[in-house]
Each structure stands twice: as structure tokens, then as C-alpha cells.
Design a protein around this ligand. Structure first.
Ligand code: UD1
Ligand code: MG
Length: 449
């Protein structure tokens, strides 16, 4: 059984984000930052004994985003040390020997790094605290790691540091692996006599050293440690995350023609031998089967695509789109909450919403399922092998039977039986020579003027 518990600190509103949304709910690659952290923790090798997220009051939305993990509420934001104390009740009967503390605004932290910290906690010197350190290009704002002959001696926050301490390049990333037995006794002794007047979690290092316990530093790459405090840093986190997802997609057997123009969500699933053209966006909840060809400028969200499908250019799949094996979805086609069965073709300028398109049906250019009357949404059912002529309006609820043909330009308001022809065009009239006479008449009118 695993012996590690985790506390994720997420009580801060993040004033520098200038947002009504709690900071940790801002998404990176389609997932709230805090959910990146909880997902990484939950996937740790060996699992976690338990995981608790510390949130502020009125942050039900954060609690929802991290469910089913329990939350603890920090009524007043009195500092990171005070925040961890709020998890005491949830951890009361925990059998864990190590408590990981991670910040909810650090979405890029990897499981590999966290595992290295847990392993270091089990090291020979039995460290009371393992701190994740890094050497940022610009260390200002971060806590500095003061090291000596016996490892880590203290963390000094930027605002409290002397000039000499500020010259230290090694900084606190904000992740700690702490001896579970000592965590709360140490935290109880933390005061707030410092520049911010807050209870600093970082003070437990000096307190543990005073007890004669060792503290150690595990170093990691700056890219992983980015703590998001502003929209600029949010964009930077997005960039780093997208680069990771692009690399992963290619390593798993997808071709990205112009990787830097393709945007994924963390939950995007791509099959083997998928080709993705330039400027394609995968929103949350997209699964793409093997051998799918995605041409440029497509936008997908909440969609499932079967093997061998061709999509785009400029195709839009919205939530509930289920495009099955070998179907073709062409340019300027929008599919919403609809099943397109195997081998069907919807190739040009079409809206298919709340519908089924049967296997091998052919949907002509400019076909619209009129699914909404301003009040309700209604279903359109198109049978297998049906042929819908160009510029047809299918006014739902309506059914077109298997193998039926609808003439181009029709407005279909009643069901069409299988194998029937339905056509609603006005009859064409033809006047021989009319155009010649028209032109002569107009020429006379213009000369008179
Ligand atoms: C903290 C560290 C600093 C480190 C830096 C790394 C302390 C005292 N300082 O500083 O050493 O270099 O992170 O990014 O720990 N939070 C609460 N309740 C509070 C205060 C904060 O839940 O009362 C949460 C925030 O939501 C955030 C995290 O703790 O997720 C860190 O807080 P933040 O204010 O960003 O700390 P920093 O000043 O960045
Ligand atoms: Mg911060």
C-alpha cells in the first residue's frame, strides 16, 4: 500500500489574473490548472493514500473541478503554511509517511519529478523535508534555497532576503515532500513575523533543521516549475503544454504537417497513422481513430471519429458528433450531436445537427437540417444510401427513408418513404428567344436617355 498523501494548495484568488474565475480554474490545454495537478498526482506510480485540495470560501467550482477528491476550506488566506494546516482534519487518520504539498497554479509539474521527490524522502538521512528546487533565468519573487554542508538549511522568501541571499540562483519551486509525522507539529510553530505578515510553509525548513533533522533539495527543469500568476504566464504555460502534447502525438504515430499550428486538449486521443494538416484545433473530448486524414483549418470539440475518415479542410465537429468508419466530411461542414454512419459523404457547405445520416448516404452541397424552431430542437433521420440533392432544407422532425432521393433545392417538411423521390421545386418555365428580345428592348431604352 502506498504511503504518500498529497495536499494541493488552491485557496488564492490570483488577483494578478484580474478575473472573476478563481486562478486555478483557468484552463491550460482545455483543462483547469488544478485538474492538471490532481491528475498528475492521481497517476503517480504506486498511487496516493489520499489527496486533499485546499480551497477558499465560495470556491464550489474548484471543488467540482477536483471531485471526487475531498477539499478543505481555508476561510482566510493567511499564507501557505496556514493553508496546509487546513488539511489536518482530512489527514487525521492517514497512514501516510510522506505528505506531498503541491501548488494548484503549477500545472506543468510531472509525475516523474514528484516520484523523484518521494524517493528522496526515503533516502538514508531520513530527511524531514524534500524541496523541489530550480534555477530560473529570473529568480526575483521566488523563495531562495540557503544550503550548507548538511544540505538545505532554510528557505528565505524574496521579500525577506538580504542582498547576499537574493544573489542565490537556486529557488523554491513550491513542491515539498514532508515527513508526515513532523508536518503538523512543525507547522504549529510557524509564526508570521515576516515581510508579508503571513504563515510561510517555507519556514518549516529552518524549524526542522533546529530539531537536527536533514532537509534536501531535488532539482528540476524550469519549464516544469512555472507558477501561473498572470495571463502572460498562463499563455506561457499553454505554449509549453502544447509543445509537450504535439511531441507526444508524433511519438505515438501521428503526422503533424505543421506542429506549431496544431492545438490539442490534454484528453485528445489520436489513433495510428493519423495525419493532421495545418491550423487544426482539438477542443476537449475528441477521439480520432486510425488512418484518419484531417486537412487544414478544422475545429473539433466533443467528437468521436472512426477509422479511415476524411475531415476538412475547414470542417467543424461539435459536441456529440459521431463520424463513423470511412465517412467523408468536407469543407465548411458543421456536425453537431449527430451520427454519420460508415461511408456516408457530407462534402460541402452543410449543417447536420440532431441527426442521423445513414451508411453510404450522400448529402449534397448546402444541405441544412433545420433542427431549431426558436423553442425546441428536433431530430432528422436520413436512411442508409439516401441521396439528398444540393441546397435542401430538411425541416425537423423529419425522416428520409433508406435509398430515397430528394431533389435539389427542396424544402422537406414531411417524411419521405424509402426509395421514393421527393421534390418540392416550382415547375420550370421556358420562353424561347426571350433573352434576345430583352436585350434589344433595353438597348433602345438606354439610347433614348
Ligand atoms: C511561494 C513560496 C516561494 C516559492 C513560490 C513558487 C511560500 C511562502 N512561498 O510563493 O518560496 O518560490 O511559491 O512559485 O510558500 N495559497 C493558499 N492559501 C494562502 C496562500 C497561498 O492556498 O493563504 C496557495 C495559492 O493559491 C497558490 C499557492 O498557495 O496556489 C502559492 O501561493 P502564492 O501566493 O502564489 O505564493 P508565492 O508568493 O508565489
Ligand atoms: Mg505563486
Amino acid at each position: 500500500m502506498t504511503k504518500t498523501a498529497a495536499v494541493v494548495l488552491s485557496a488564492g484568488m490570483g488577483t494578478r489574473m484580474k478575473s472573476d474565475l478563481p486562478k486555478v480554474l483557468h484552463p491550460v490545454a482545455g483543462r483547469p490548472m488544478v485538474a492538471h495537478v490532481t491528475a498528475t498526482l492521481a497517476a503517480l506510480e504506486g498511487g496516493l493514500e489520499r489527496l486533499v485540495v485546499v480551497i477558499g470560501p465560495d470556491m464550489e467550482a474548484v471543488a467540482k473541478a477536483v471531485a471526487p477528491h475531498p477539499t478543505a476550506i481555508q476561510a482566510k488566506r493567511l499564507g501557505t503554511g496556514h493553508a496546509v494546516l487546513q488539511a489536518r482534519e482530512v489527514l487525521m487518520d492517514s497512514a501516510a509517511d510522506t505528505v506531498l504539498v503541491v501548488y494548484g497554479d503549477t500545472p506543468l509539474i510531472t509525475g516523474e519529478t514528484l516520484s523523484r521527490m518521494i524517493a528522496a524522502r526515503k533516502g538514508n538521512e531520513d530527511p524531514a523535508v524534500v524541496v523541489l528546487g530550480f534555477r530560473p533565468a529570473d529568480p526575483s519573487g521566488y523563495g531562495r534555497l540557503v544550503t550548507g554542508a548538511d544540505g538545505l538549511d532554510a528557505i528565505i522568501e524574496h521579500k525577506d532576503a538580504t542582498e547576499a541571499q537574493r544573489a542565490i540562483g537556486l529557488c523554491n519551486a513550491g513542491v515539498m515532500a514532508i515527513d508526515a509525522k513532523r508536518l503538523f507539529p512543525l507547522l504549529e510553530r510557524v509564526g508570521k513575523d515576516n515581510a508579508k505578515g503571513e504563515y510561510y510553509l517555507t519556514d518549516i525548513i529552518a524549524l526542522a533543521r533546529a530539531e537536527g533533522r536533514a532537509c534536501v533539495v531535488v532539482e528540476g527543469a524550469e519549464e516544469e516549475m512555472l507558477g501561473v500568476n498572470s495571463r502572460l504566464e498562463l499563455a506561457e504555460a499553454e505554449r509549453i503544454c502544447q509543445d509537450r502534447l504535439r511531441r507526444e502525438a508524433m511519438e505515438n504515430g501521428a503526422t503533424l504537417v505543421a506542429p506549431e499550428t496544431v492545438f490539442f486538449s490534454v484528453d485528445t486521443v489520436l489513433g495510428r497513422d493519423v495525419t493532421v494538416g495545418p491550423f487544426v484545433t482539438f477542443g476537449p473530448g475528441v477521439t480520432i481513430g486510425d488512418r484518419v486524414e484531417i486537412k487544414g483549418f478544422c475545429h473539433f470539440e466533443g467528437a468521436t471519429v472512426g477509422p479511415g475518415v476524411t475531415l476538412g479542410p475547414y470542417a467543424r465537429l461539435r459536441p456529440g458528433a459521431d463520424v463513423q468508419e470511412g465517412a467523408h466530411i468536407g469543407n465548411f461542414v458543421e456536425i453537431k450531436k449527430a451520427t454519420v454512419e460508415p461511408g456516408a459523404k457530407v462534402n460541402h457547405l452543410t449543417y447536420i445537427g440532431d441527426a442521423r445520416v445513414g451508411a453510404k448516404a450522400n448529402i449534397g452541397a448546402g444541405t441544412i437540417t433545420c433542427n431549431y424552431d426558436g423553442f425546441g430542437k428536433y431530430h432528422t433521420d436520413i436512411g442508409a444510401g439516401a441521396f439528398i440533392g444540393s441546397n435542401t432544407a430538411l425541416v425537423a422532425p423529419v425522416t428520409v427513408g433508406d435509398g430515397a432521393i430528394v431533389g435539389a433545392g427542396s424544402t422537406i417538411v414531411r417524411d419521405v418513404p424509402a426509395d421514393a423521390l421527393a421534390i418540392t421545386r416550382a415547375d420550370q418555365t421556358c420562353r424561347e428567344g426571350w433573352a434576345v428580345k430583352f436585350r434589344q428592348r433595353m438597348a433602345r431604352v438606354i439610347v433614348k436617355k
